[in-house]
Design a protein around this ligand. Structure first.
Ligand code: HEC
Length: 130
């Protein structure tokens, strides 16, 4: 019985960590935010090749790769949802990155949460391709 409860608890953690949609993120809303605010640099498919991003160095992150640079919360693991949320909110320069990745402090927490969930789908669809 106890083992069963643990197993269920463990599985629900796993689902929450690996599937942002399960944590209440709205990827459709995230896509709208991305297309409104981020696409100019990060590109329509998130490849970091938007019209305003093409000549920037360090380049806008290519989200299809699914790898991230900054360990913004300094927990030893870069690219967690918490790290991405901090970089989006504070901008990259605070963490030693390109100031052209500007802070988006006006974005509500929920929008940041949703846009991160959407960014994660961009690398998943790439790795699913043959
Ligand atoms: C003016 C261009 C520009 C816009 C607009 C922009 N970014 Fe970026 N972004 C960058 C650049 C440049 C980097 C790379 C920073 C670096 O490596 O120093 C970056 C990096 C990132 C990263 C990677 C962080 C990491 O740890 O690797 C995330 C996440 C990100 N941007 C999210 C967003 C989101 C979400 C938006 C829209 C709300 C957005 N960006 C809008 C230029 C932009």
């Amino acid at each position: 019985m106890t083992r069963r409860v643990w197993l269920i608890a463990l599985m629900s953690c796993w689902v929450t960590v690996l599937n942002p949609a399960a944590a209440g993120a709205d990827t459709a809303a995230g896509k709208a935010t991305f297309e409104g605010l981020c696409v100019n640099c990060h590109g329509p498919l998130g490849k970091g090749d938007g019209p305003a991003g093409i000549d920037i160095l360090p380049a806008p992150r290519d989200f299809t790769v699914g790898e991230f640079k900054f360990d913004a919360d300094a927990d030893g693991t870069p690219g967690t949802d918490a790290d991405l949320a901090l970089v989006i909110r504070d901008g990259a320069s605070v963490y030693g990155g390109n100031p052209l990745m500007a802070p988006w402090r006006q974005l509500p927490e929920k929008d940041i949460h949703d846009v991160i969930a959407y960014i994660r789908t961009l690398s998943k669809s790439e790795s699913a391709a043959p």
